[in-house]
Design a protein around this ligand. Structure first.
Ligand SMILES: Cc1ncc(COP(=O)(O)O)c(C=O)c1O
Length: 446
C-alpha cells in the first residue's frame, strides 16, 4: 500500500469525524491514550459513541456504522434488545444489588446447565477475566498441583496467569514445539514460572510437553477456537487428543468459551463434541450486561462450597447482581437452538462471499467458524498464533479504517462477527462496503 493511498483513507476519516477527534483530544488528558480499553485504540483516533440500536451504531458526527464488532462479539442480540430492556427495568424496581442470594442466580444457572450438560454447578462473576482466574484456582485447589498450561496466543483476560504469551514476538518465543513462557511488563517471575505454554493445533508437541510436566499441571485452559489470535479453528481431532492427554495426566481441562459459546446452542463443546471439566463464559451470556461464569463438574466446583469446610474464597461485590442476571436470562431464552444455528449458517455464507471477493487480492484471507470471522493479510495456512502473527497487521488496520469510511465497524486486528438483528440487506452492505474499502486501500483494482 502506497503512502498516498493510506493518507487519502486517513484524510477522509479525519474529515468525517471532527467531533470524535475533539472528544479524543479531551479524553487524552484524562485517560491514558484517550481510551479506557487497549483494544478500542486505533490511529488516528477512534470514533466516539453517540448511540447504538439493533445492528447499527451512530457516532458523534452522525455517521452510521453496521456494528460487525458487537463489543468484541458480546452483543449477539444487537443493541437495545427489547426483551432484555424490559427484564432489566422490571428487576431494577425489585433491587439491583443486595448481599442475599436471589432466585435469578438459580434461574440463569438452570438455563446454562440446560444448554451445557458439562456444567453441573456454576458460579457467576462480572468479567471473563475473573471467571478464568477462578477456574484455574479451582483446578489448583482440586488437584493440589502448581502449574497451569495455556496455549501460545490464547487470550483469557488480564490476570497474571493468563497474561503470559498472549502476543509474544514469534522470533523471541523459542521453538514452535516448546514455546517459551513470555511475560509482559508487570507480570512477576512467579506467575511466569507457574505457567506452561503449549502450541495450538500441534497434538504431538502437546503430548510431549504434558508427558514431561503433566504430573505438575493442574489445568489446561484453551479457547476451542482461538479468538484474539485470529479466529483459528482447531484441526479435526485436536481437542479430542487434548481431552485424552488431560485424562492421562489427571489434568482439569478448561474450555474458555467466553467467545465460542455463540458457535452452537451448547457452545464449541457441543459443536466439536468434546466435554471439558470446567467451562468459562462471559460476553453473550450477559445480554449486554456484565455477567460471566465458571461452571463444570460438581466435584471440582465443590472447592467453592463454604458449607463443607474451608472453601476457596469466591465473593465479588457485584457477582450475580440480579439486574444483570435478569438481562442474562432474557438473552439466553432468545438464543434458542434455531436462532443460534441460523446465525452461524449466515456466518458461513458471508465467509464464503468474502472468500470470493478476496480471491482478487494478493494474499488476503478470511478465517473463522460460523458467526465469528477474521481478515488476515497472510498467505500462510493459519493453524496457530505464530502463523497469524506473521501477517501484515498494518494492511488490516488500514482496511479497518477504510471500512469505517464505508459505514462498517470491525476490530483493528480484522476480527468481526454477526449479530441476530443483522438483515440480509445489512450483510449485503457489509460485502459491498468491503469491496469499496479493498479498492480504497489498493488491495483490488478500483
Ligand atoms: C476467550 C476469552 N476469554 C476471556 C476473556 C476476558 O473476558 P472479559 O473481557 O469479560 O474479562 C475474553 C475477552 O475478550 C475472551 O475473548
Amino acid at each position: 500500500m502506497s503512502t498516498d493511498t493510506l493518507s487519502s483513507v486517513v484524510d477522509r476519516y479525519v474529515e468525517r469525524t471532527p467531533r470524535s477527534r475533539a472528544a479524543h483530544e479531551r479524553a487524552r488528558a484524562l485517560l491514558p491514550g484517550g481510551v479506557n480499553r487497549t483494544i478500542v485504540h486505533h490511529e488516528p483516533h477512534p470514533v466516539f459513541l453517540a448511540r447504538a440500536d439493533g445492528a447499527w451504531v451512530t457516532d458523534l458526527d452522525g455517521n452510521r456504522y453496521l456494528d460487525a464488532l458487537g463489543n468484541y462479539t458480546a452483543m449477539i442480540l444487537g443493541h437495545g434488545n427489547r426483551a432484555v430492556r424490559d427484564a432489566v427495568e422490571r428487576q431494577q424496581r425489585d433491587g439491583s444489588a443486595v448481599a442475599l442470594p436471589s432466585p435469578r442466580e438459580v434461574e440463569v444457572a438452570e438455563l446454562l446447565r440446560e444448554r451445557l450438560p458439562s456444567i453441573e454447578q456454576v458460579r457467576f462473576t462480572v468479567s471473563g477475566t475473573e471467571a478464568t482466574m477462578m477456574a484455574i484456582r479451582a483446578a489448583r485447589a482440586y488437584t493440589g498441583r502448581p502449574l497451569a498450561a495455556k496455549f501460545e496466543g490464547g487470550y483469557h483476560g488480564m490476570h497474571d496467569y493468563v497474561a503470559l504469551s498472549v502476543t509474544p514476538d514469534p522470533a523471541a518465543a523459542g521453538s514452535p514445539e516448546r514455546p517459551a513462557t513470555v511475560a509482559p511488563a508487570g507480570v512477576p517471575p512467579g506467575a511466569r514460572d507457574s505457567v506452561l505454554v503449549l502450541p495450538f493445533n500441534n497434538p504431538e508437541a502437546v503430548d510431549a510437553l504434558l508427558a514431561e510436566h503433566g504430573a505438575e499441571v493442574a489445568a489446561v485452559i484453551v479457547e476451542p477456537v482461538m479468538g484474539s489470535a485470529g479466529v483459528i479453528a482447531p484441526q479435526p481431532g485436536f481437542l479430542e487428543r487434548l481431552r485424552e492427554a488431560a485424562d492421562r495426566h489427571g489434568i482439569v481441562l478448561i474450555f474458555d468459551e467466553v467467545m465460542t459459546l455463540r458457535l452452537a446452542y451448547g457452545g464449541a463443546q457441543e459443536r466439536f463434541a468434546v466435554r471439558p471439566d470446567l467451562t468459562t463464559l462471559a460476553k453473550v451470556i450477559g445480554g449486554g450486561y456484565p455477567v460471566a461464569a465458571v461452571g463444570g463438574r460438581r466435584e471440582i466446583m465443590s472447592v467453592f462450597d463454604p458449607a463443607t469446610g474451608p472453601a476457596v474464597l469466591f465473593s465479588g461485590t457485584w457477582h450475580a447482581g440480579p439486574v444483570c442476571l435478569a438481562a442474562s436470562a432474557a438473552a439466553l431464552r432468545q438464543l434458542d437452538r434455531g436462532t443460534v444455528a441460523a446465525l452461524n449458517a449466515r456466518g458461513d455464507d458471508v465467509r464464503a462471499r468474502i472468500g470470493e471477493l478476496l480471491k482478487g487480492t494478493r494474499d488476503l484471507q478470511v478465517t473463522g467458524v460460523g458467526s465469528l470471522l477474521c481478515l488476515h493479510a497472510n498467505s500462510r495456512p493459519l493453524l496457530d498464533y505464530r502463523a497469524a502473527a506473521q501477517g501484515d497487521r498494518a494492511r488490516i488496520a488500514a482496511l479497518q479504517l477504510a471500512l469505517l469510511n464505508e459505514g462498517v465497524m470491525i476490530a483493528p486486528r480484522g476480527m468481526f462477527c454477526l449479530s441476530v438483528p443483522m438483515t440480509d440487506a445489512d450483510l449485503d452492505h457489509f460485502v459491498a462496503a468491503l469491496g469499496r474499502a479493498l479498492a480504497a486501500v489498493g488491495e483490488i483494482e478500483a
